[in-house]
Design a protein around this ligand. Structure first.
Ligand code: 5GP
Ligand code: ZN
Length: 113
């Protein structure tokens, strides 16, 4: 996806404040943080959103969820954190490359939305 901003971040074509990277995924700080810790986890492979997760590509999702607790610990989120993915326009998805928001560092509302 040549015009996808997160593909460009994954390839290093656009700078980002990286907190983790390996051959499959990258995690970087959100440009407009909603909380003291706000990190986005993305697969390097272009997947538009959660609706495009399949048996063929889902191992990278497991890998993201294995990595999130390690980064949360590194970031000092010992009291808890939230992981969110917005799927589709009505859910508020603005970047159509699958990403998981890791949010923490303050008391989060009990409301889900
Ligand atoms: P969505 O609304 O699609 O769930 O979340 C997209 C997120 O990506 C937003 O929180 C927005 O601040 C963040 N974002 C959009 N463009 C960039 C960018 O170029 N760099 C970084 N670091 N974050 C971005
Ligand atoms: Zn992409």
């Amino acid at each position: 996806m040549s015009d996808c901003v997160f593909c460009k971040i994954a390839k290093g074509e656009i700078p980002s404040d990286k907190v983790y990277e390996d051959d499959k995924i990258i995690a970087f700080k959100d440009l407009n943080p909603m909380a003291p810790v706000h990190i986005l986890f993305i697969p390097k492979e272009h997947i538009a959103n959660a609706s495009e997760i399949t048996a063929e590509n889902s191992s990278v999702i497991a890998h993201i969820f294995e990595t999130i607790p390690k980064i949360a610990k590194e970031q000092g989120l010992d009291s808890g954190y939230r992981v969110i993915t917005n799927c589709g326009e009505e859910a508020g998805q603005t970047v159509f490359h699958l990403h998981f928001h890791l949010i923490g560092g303050r008391c989060l509302s009990t409301q889900m939305a």
